[in-house]
Design a protein around this ligand. Structure first.
Ligand SMILES: [Zn+2]
Length: 443
């Protein structure tokens, strides 16, 4: 996956709205939450339907000739104009207390195309889709207002798109594109060469062509496929997140060590940052081409690290999902770590990316994934679930239970607690709540 609309960069989208809060042990379950499914769709390009079919996105890098790029940008300029007209119309309709739906805007598009020859010169499909995008965005903003969502969480009404700030994004429905001899032909005579890194499993129902922040072009196809069911294994796993080791699990074979991709790229990044510092333009002066080049190099290095982290996360998630039916995940929020001395290492561990990849992969293959509240996972005993009364400083890496004498590495113990709290312990028996000592405390 890649940048732009279907960002794989996990830009701070929180999984806060992930599930419903259960009374028992604050266990959070991610099932059947539309917000979560929408998030997974946006980030991973997977949408699970109830009838066992899935809508997935297949994204490919594009090779664009100079002509094709110029045509794409010209097409985008027209679509941007249509979008901006829609914003203006929507504002006028609001003042006049009139409705402003996609059907009305479609009619207006016909008029606009009749009035302006330059608009008529572009294909109608991406322009109609620009109206669809606008209508969706407006409907979402209105729904947020109606449901009295907190202001910070609202997307807001659609705004004008500025020429140099809005990244190009063109959507084509089935009648707007075709694939012939490995080439992608868009309406309006634009021919592009996708880099077919993997085969398309079916004929796509739509294609979105977009440019990411680094200036690379991609095409993202929407395809409906049947769910990829993995064989049942009857096994369960508990996963605890950490900084020394990104994921510690109840299975020795599935621990995920810290990849240190950021650390490995630090020298290269520092080099580009020094270049940027030397070439930084004086205040009020435009940036030089040499400064822009250094900035782009730094951005590419960052993007590479992000891709490596995402790749590691997906591969590990696939391995876990293939080997286990039921997955208990600590619902860890790594944000607080940014204020500690571990901030750099914690950020490099990419816990949030890995957690999201695991949840999405579990959802994709119809595995049971349970999110467990992280409170006291280090304090409780993984065997008898009694809570220690003494302090457990971070330096103490071995957990020993005073109640039952269970001794285990600290993170392994937490993974067992997560597994037990999800009700997956003992594995393969039932999903009831585990037994606890009557007082809930160690003797
Ligand atoms: Zn114990």
């Amino acid at each position: 996956m890649c940048g732009g609309l279907l960002s794989f960069g996990f830009r701070g989208v929180r999984l806060a709205t992930l599930g419903i809060r259960d009374n028992w042990e604050c266990l959070r379950q991610s099932a059947c939450d539309r917000t979560y499914l929408r998030y997974v769709w946006l980030v991973f390009g997977v949408m699970v339907r109830s009838d066992d079919s899935q809508v997935v996105r297949y994204t490919y890098r594009l090779r664009c000739s100079v002509t094709a790029r110029a045509r794409l940008l010209a097409e985008w300029d027209r679509c941007r104009w249509v979008w901006n007209r829609c914003v203006a119309e929507s504002r006028e309709a609001y003042l006049a207390c009139q409705p402003c739906g996609p059907a009305g805007l479609d009619k207006k598009l016909t008029n606009w195309r009749g009035e302006h020859e330059w608009l008529r010169a572009g294909a109608s499909v991406p322009q109609q889709q620009a109206i669809r995008d606008f209508a969706k965005s407006r409907a979402k903003a209105l729904a947020d207002i109606k449901s009295q969502r907190p202001t910070q969480q609202r997307a807001g009404m659609p705004k004008f798109k500025k020429k140099d700030l809005a990244p190009p994004s063109l959507n084509y429905t089935k009648r707007g594109f075709r694939i012939t001899n490995g080439r992608l032909h868009l309406a309006g005579g634009i021919e592009l060469g996708p880099i077919w890194s993997r085969a398309l499993p079916a004929h796509p129902s739509s294609a979105r062509v977009y440019r990411d922040t680094l200036g690379d072009w991609y095409v993202s196809f929407v395809i409906s496929v049947s769910a990829d069911r993995l064989p049942e294994t009857g096994r369960a796993i508990g996963i605890d997140w950490g900084v020394t080791e990104t994921a510690t699990t109840t299975s020795h074979m599935h621990d995920l060590p810290h990849s240190e991709h950021g650390k490995k790229a630090a020298v290269e990044l520092a080099r580009y940052q020094r270049m940027m510092a030397r070439r930084r333009p004086p205040k009020g002066r435009p940036a030089s081409n040499r400064y822009k080049y250094a900035k782009r190099c730094a951005a590419q290095a960052y993007a590479k690290v992000a891709r490596q982290r995402a790749d590691d996360a997906r591969k590990w998630a696939k391995r876990v999902v293939r080997d286990f039916d039921r997955i208990a995940v600590e619902d860890f929020r790594p944000k607080f770590l940014t204020k500690t001395t571990m901030a750099r290492k914690a950020a490099d561990a990419a816990i949030a990316v890995t957690k999201t990849a695991l949840i999405a992969m579990g959802r994709k293959h119809a595995r049971e994934v349970k999110l467990v509240h992280p409170a006291h996972t280090t304090m409780d005993c993984g065997k008898c679930l009694a809570r220690t009364k003494h302090r457990l400083p971070l330096s103490q890496r071995i957990y020993s239970c005073t109640a039952c004498g269970f001794v285990s590495p600290r993170d392994k113990n937490s993974a067992h607690v997560v597994l037990a709290r999800a009700g997956f312990n003992p594995a393969g028996v039932d999903c009831g709540s585990p037994d606890r000592s009557p007082s809930g405390q160690a003797a």
